[in-house]
Ligand binder design. Structure first.
Ligand SMILES: [Zn+2]
Length: 330
């Protein structure tokens, strides 16, 4: 784009004179139809466990999930992203792919009570593993390794069990190599050829996930996730990760976290032109909430501006804990 205007014939302020004029020429719009609300389910009834570092976010029992999802849908949020917290964890994440696992049960219930709601299910093993890692752990000579290829089978099984329960979109977040292909193959084999995959394609090992681990109860018992999640400084590698996922069959690619990674979001959207999602993660939410509670910032204005920035950078879809508030504000 070549800029040819010149002052005083060209005056940018002309188009900023009134709210109507500003809206008319605004390049980026924020609409609730682009929002996805993450929800966390655990067994029980009438259960709403508040999360200290994430005001407004709860661990919910399935009946409460239905209530929360219904309210979100009524506010204009078309989709939820569902995470499960099982009663029991083990070394092979059995709860993740159990026919009657907490996510599978809840998806069936939601499909019955609120069939119009789009349900995206997070596919990972960390919440279901006793050690809290996203893959199978192999202990040898005092060191622990996360085994890639054996993990793929469990992830594929988990994805298929979600689809079988009625999930609309499958969202693998584990960052194992080859998981999208493994999941696509399994879904197709079981007749779910029409179920899209939204892959957490460029997921960085980030300190911004802190509060999430409290709600998902998925803090690793040892080590960290740096052997599978990406290094914060790597942009070219993020593009390779996205390319791989697209080749393996991802329909939507995600960048996570969002606000501190807008450059990645922009490059992913420009480079591939695929439907792109941004995940505004727990600490992004917590920081805004904490500063707003102190009266230091305007919660509404800062939230909407940060979501708008994600859209401007290239996000088609925004996963945010503020989905319902933002939808109401808009
Ligand atoms: Zn995980």
């Amino acid at each position: 784009m070549k800029f040819v205007g010149q002052f005083p014939t060209y005056r940018p302020r002309r188009l900023r004179a009134t709210p109507a004029l500003r809206r008319l020429v605004s390049e980026t719009l924020l609409n609730p139809s682009q929002f996805v609300l993450p929800l966390f389910v655990r067994s029980g009834r009438k259960l709403r466990n508040p999360i200290t570092a994430m005001p407004g976010v709860f661990q919910l029992s399935p009946d409460e999930i239905v209530r929360e999802a219904t309210a979100a849908y009524a506010a204009g949020v078309p989709a939820i992203l569902l995470f499960g917290i099982p009663d029991k964890k083990d070394a092979k994440a059995s709860g993740a792919y159990a026919t009657n696992g907490i996510v599978q049960q809840t998806v069936r219930l939601l499909k019955k009570e609120l069939p119009e709601l789009m349900i995206i299910t997070d596919v990972c093993l960390c919440e279901y593993m006793e050690h809290g890692h996203c893959g199978i752990v192999h202990q040898a000579k005092g060191s622990a390794k996360i085994k890639n290829d054996p993990t793929l089978k469990l992830l594929a099984q988990t994805a298929a069990s979600h689809a079988e329960a009625g999930a609309d979109i499958i969202a693998p977040s584990d960052m194992m190599d080859g998981r999208v292909a493994a999941i696509r193959t399994q879904l197709d084999k079981e007749g779910f050829t029409e179920i899209p995959i939204m892959s957490y394609a460029a997921k960085f090992a980030s300190a911004f996930y802190g509060p999430f681990r409290e709600v998902a109860e998925s803090t690793p018992a040892f080590g960290d996730r740096r052997s599978y999640q990406m290094d914060a400084g790597n942009a070219a590698e993020a593009l390779r990760e996205v390319a791989l996922d697209i080749q393996e069959g991802a329909d939507i690619v995600m960048v996570k976290p969002a606000l501190a990674y807008l450059d990645i979001l922009h490059r992913v959207k420009t480079e591939f032109g695929y439907p792109t999602a941004a995940y505004a993660v727990s600490a992004e939410h917590a920081m805004i909430k904490a500063a707003a509670a102190k009266g230091w910032i305007d919660e509404r204005a800062v939230t909407l501006e940060s979501l708008l920035a994600m859209r401007r950078a290239g996000a088609d879809i925004i996963i945010t804990y503020a989905a319902v508030d933002a939808a109401k504000w808009l």
